[in-house]
Design a protein around this ligand. Structure first.
Ligand SMILES: [Zn+2]
Length: 322
């Protein structure tokens, strides 16, 4: 077996290294665990905290980095513990603070652009070519309550492979996504690399059950990809609901938000989803469900600007139980 070369590092079969990666050769630091399996196999990229402030993926990554033993691994794992490190240390919950680049929406970036653009371009040039599957770990935002879910790409060449992997996860809701300009979405649509986003946890808090759910999902993914054997205990079937269509309600005005739903709640066509008004409780606009659906996530805080997400609900007319 040959050595595995990645981002300027060389690993022998059976070796694990913890390093700082430097996108574009700059001082920017991404802490990563590189694990070179003792046998040949695929390469899995796991990224956490593309959106700083969505912490539970990082909590799971720390456990996985200790747990995954290279002697039992077929193939390689690149585990990035926190991609948006500047956002992490500046407590800037979503975008790259230096330039407001959203690494889930601003691919493919630019090698000679701002730091966020350079990070995206570095993924495209240095990381994606050696990767067979991408698991991008997210969660709901600071003011966004969310039921654990997976977004899989609507990309013709890889939808089947991504969905097959998503179906093995310990997560109830799977949602088709047409994002082609985020990390996994760009890789799926333009480079034919299957992958998904796993969303678990929210509110800028880490909880044991969320970190464990993500950890278990990643072990199930390694098992599904033939990279790491799991015990039968884990291989139970988790009931899934796939939504081919999701309604993403956005605000067309600034206002004080009074939500009327919760995550995981069933709504019927015409049900009140929430109202926008002022601080005195005077309502200016009411929002109602367009169809029967299930609330996957919603804004649970009060401050809403024009264009902000209010409620995302999977449409029952597009749903399939598996
Ligand atoms: Zn996110």
């Amino acid at each position: 077996m040959n050595e595995w070369k990645v981002c300027g590092y060389e690993l022998k079969p059976g070796e694990k290294k913890q390093v700082m990666l430097h996108p574009g050769g700059r001082e920017y630091e991404i802490p990563a665990t590189l694990i070179c399996g003792s046998q040949e196999g695929r390469t899995l990229l796991i990224t956490a905290q593309i959106h700083a402030g969505e912490y539970n993926g990082s909590a799971a990554a720390a456990r996985l980095a200790k747990e995954i033993q290279p002697e039992n691994l077929k193939g390689n794992v690149i585990l990035m513990h926190c991609v948006n490190t500047s956002g992490f240390w500046q407590q800037y919950a979503r975008f790259i603070p230096e330039d407001h680049v959203n690494l889930n929406a601003d691919y493919p970036g630019n090698e000679r652009g701002t730091i966020g653009q350079q990070i995206a371009a570095w993924f495209v040039k240095e990381i994606f070519p050696g990767v067979d599957f991408i698991a991008d770990l997210h969660g709901g935002g600071m003011c966004e309550a969310l039921s654990p879910c997976i977004f899989y790409p609507r990309a013709p060449e890889v939808t089947e492979a991504a969905l097959a992997a998503a179906k093995t996860m310990n997560v109830r809701y799977l949602l088709a996504s047409s994002n082609s300009v985020g990390e996994y979405g760009y890789a799926a649509n333009y480079l034919d690399i299957p992958g998904f986003i796993l969303e678990c946890g929210y509110g800028g808090i880490v909880r044991e059950e969320w970190a464990e759910q993500i950890r278990e999902c990643m072990l199930l993914l390694l098992d599904h990809l033939g990279m790491y054997g799991m015990t039968a205990e884990y291989r139970k079937t988790y009931p899934k609901k796939i939504y081919r269509n999701t309604e993403y309600l956005e605000s067309d005005m600034r206002g004080v938000w009074y939500p009327a739903v919760r995550e995981d709640q069933q709504v019927r066509k015409g049900d009140l989803l929430g109202e926008l008004g002022d601080f005195f409780g005077n309502i200016k606009k009411s929002f109602h469900a367009l169809e029967d659906g299930t609330v996957i996530y919603y804004t649970a805080g009060m401050s809403v600007l024009e264009g902000d997400a209010l409620v995302a609900y999977g449409l029952e007319s597009s749903a399939e139980e598996v």
